[in-house]
Ligand binder design. Structure first.
Ligand code: ARG
Length: 462
C-alpha cells in the first residue's frame, strides 16, 4: 500500500519497506481489541457532538458506520489488512470506505496513543473481572469439596516429610484462602485501572474543549486519568494484571504438584478422573495427570509473560513508545492460559476420588503424632523442650525396633519419663491428634466446620 493511502501518509514520499511494514504490524494480535476500539470511538464521537465540535448529522453518520463495522466484525466478514498496521487504522480506514470523508472527523482531538491506552485498559479491566469470576467458581468448588470430603484424615507435610495429621477439608480450605486472595488481587487491579486515558491526546492533552468526564462515564470508568503523560505512557495496569495472573498460576502450580504426587502409585491418595487424564501409547497401565502437569508447566510461561512486559517497560522514557506494542501478546497469552486452567480445575476437582483408607494409614505413618505425646508431657508440667527430647528418644527406639508409638510398653514409657504411662498413648492416634488442634485456624473438625460455614457466608455476601 502506498503511504499516501495510510492515515499518517501525508509527509511521506517513498513507500514503507515491505519488511518494515510486516515488522511494524500488530493487527494480527491487536484485532482482539476491536470491540473496545469501536466502543471507545463511539463514546468519543458522541462526546464531540455533545460539546459542539462535530455536527449532529456527522456524529450520526460516524456512529452508523461504526455500527456497521461492528456487524462485519461479529459476522466475521471485516476485511482485516496487515498493511494497515493495527486495529485502530483498520477500523478507521474501513469507516472511510463505508461512509466517506466524514470518517476523518472521528480522530479529531484524539491520538492513537490515547486510543490504544484506552482500548487496552478496557480489555485488561474486563479480563480482571473475567479471571475473578472464574476464580469465584473455583473457590466455591474448594468449599464444596471440603464439605464432601469432611472427616477424611491425611498426612500434613512440611519439607514433604510427614509432619502431623490433618483433615483433607483443611487442605481444601487452605487453597480456598489462596484463591480468595487471588480474587481480591484481580478486583484491586481492576479498581486501580478504572480511569479513562481517553482525551490525553498524543501526550500533552488537546486544545479542543472536550469532555473527558463524559467519555470516562460512558465507557464505565470511575473518572478520567489526571495526567496526560501518565495516561499514554504507563502500562503498570497491564503489569498488575500479569502479576496477579502469575501469583495465581503459582498457586495452581502448587496444587498441581500436590495432585501429581498424591495420584502417583506410591502415594495412592487420590484417583483422578478419566476425563481429565491421559494414557500412554506404549505403556498400557498408564494414567497420566496431564492437566496438572500442564498447569504446573504453564506457570513458567505466564511468569515469562510478566517478565517480558516488565523488561519492555523498564527502559522506556515518557510518554508513549512503540515498545508498548509489545504489551498485548503477553497479556493475551497469560489471560488465555489462566482462564482455561481455572475452568479445568473447577471441572476436575469434584470428580477426584480421595482414597480415605490410604490417606488415613499414611497419616499414621512417620510418627506423625510424636508432637502430641510431647504436648501430653508438657501438660503434666514438663518444660516443652525437655518433653521434646524425651519423645525424640522414644521415636528413636521405635525406629530401631521398627515399631509405632502406640506399640511402646508401659515400662518403656515409664523409664523414658516418670510422668509417662500407657494412658499417654491415647493422644497418639490420628483422630486424637486432629481433634486436639482446636486453636483458631487449626485442623480440628469443629474449627474446619466453622471455617467452611464462614466461607459459605462470605461467598453469599461478599
Ligand atoms: N499499535 C500501536 C500500539 O499497540 C498503537 C499506537 C501507535 N501509536 C503510534 N504513535 N505509533 O501501541
Amino acid at each position: 500500500m502506498s503511504n499516501t493511502k495510510k492515515p499518517w501518509g501525508g509527509r511521506f514520499e517513498a513507500p514503507t519497506d515491505k519488511l518494515v511494514e510486516a515488522f511494524n504490524a500488530s493487527v494480527d494480535f491487536d484485532k482482539r481489541l476491536v470491540l473496545e476500539d469501536i466502543a471507545g470511538s463511539k463514546a468519543h464521537v458522541s462526546m464531540l457532538g455533545a460539546v459542539g465540535i462535530l455536527e449532529a448529522f456527522e456524529v450520526q453518520q460516524i456512529l452508523d458506520g461504526l455500527e456497521n463495522i461492528l456487524k462485519e466484525v461479529e459476522s466475521d466478514v471485516f476485511p482485516w489488512r496487515t498493511e494497515l498496521e493495527d486495529v485502530h487504522m483498520n477500523v478507521e480506514t474501513r469507516l472511510k470506505e463505508l461512509i466517506g470523508a466524514v470518517a476523518g472527523k472521528l480522530h479529531t482531538a484524539r491520538s492513537r496513543n490515547d486510543q490504544v491506552a484506552l482500548d487496552f485498559r478496557l480489555w485488561v479491566k474486563k479480563a480482571c473481572l473475567r479471571m475473578a469470576h472464574k476464580l469465584e467458581v473455583l473457590r466455591e468448588v474448594m468449599v464444596s469439596e471440603a464439605e464432601r470430603n469432611f472427616g477424611t484424615i491425611m498426612p500434613g507435610y512440611t519439607h514433604l516429610q510427614v509432619a502431623q495429621p490433618i483433615l483433607l477439608s483443611h487442605w481444601f480450605m487452605a487453597y480456598f484462602e489462596m484463591f480468595n486472595r487471588d480474587i481480591s488481587r484481580f478486583y484491586d487491579a481492576a479498581n486501580r485501572m478504572n480511569e479513562s486515558p481517553l482525551g490525553a491526546g498524543a501526550l500533552a492533552g488537546t486544545p479542543w474543549q472536550i469532555d473527558r468526564f463524559a467519555t470516562a462515564k460512558k465507557l464505565g470508568f470511575a473518572a478520567p486519568t489526571r495526567n496526560s503523560l501518565d495516561s499514554v505512557g504507563s502500562r503498570d495496569f497491564a503489569l498488575e494484571f500479569l502479576s496477579a495472573t502469575s501469583i495465581c498460576m503459582a498457586t495452581l502450580s502448587r496444587i498441581s504438584e500436590e495432585l501429581i504426587l498424591y495420584s502417583s502409585f506410591e502415594f495412592g491418595f487420590v484417583i483422578l478422573p478419566d476425563s481429565h487424564t491421559t494414557g500412554s501409547s506404549i505403556m498400557p497401565q498408564k494414567k497420566n495427570p496431564d492437566v496438572s502437569e500442564l498447569a504446573r508447566g504453564k506457570a513458567g510461561r505466564v511468569f515469562g509473560d510478566l517478565m517480558a512486559l516488565l523488561t519492555v517497560v523498564k527502559g522506556t522514557p515518557l510518554a508513549y513508545n512503540k515498545d508498548f506494542q509489545e504489551d498485548k501478546e503477553p497479556v493475551f497469552d497469560a489471560a488465555d492460559t489462566l482462564e482455561v486452567i481455572l475452568q479445568l480445575y473447577a471441572q476436575m476437582l469434584p470428580k477426584c476420588a480421595w482414597q480415605t483408607e490410604t490417606t488415613k494409614l499414611a497419616a499414621a505413618r512417620g510418627y506423625s503424632t510424636a508432637t502430641d505425646l510431647a504436648d501430653y508431657l508438657a501438660r503434666q508440667g514438663v518444660p516443652f523442650r525437655d518433653a521434646h527430647e524425651v519423645v525424640g528418644k522414644l521415636v528413636g527406639s521405635c525406629v530401631n525396633t521398627k515399631r509405632q508409638l502406640w506399640e511402646l510398653t508401659a515400662s518403656e514409657l515409664e523409664q523414658a519419663h516418670p510422668k509417662l504411662s500407657l494412658a499417654a498413648l491415647e493422644v497418639v492416634t490420628v483422630e486424637a491428634s486432629v481433634n486436639a488442634r482446636t486453636s483458631y485456624g487449626g485442623t480440628a473438625p469443629i474449627r474446619v466446620q466453622e471455617a467452611i460455614e464462614a466461607a459459605r457466608k462470605s461467598i453469599q455476601n461478599p
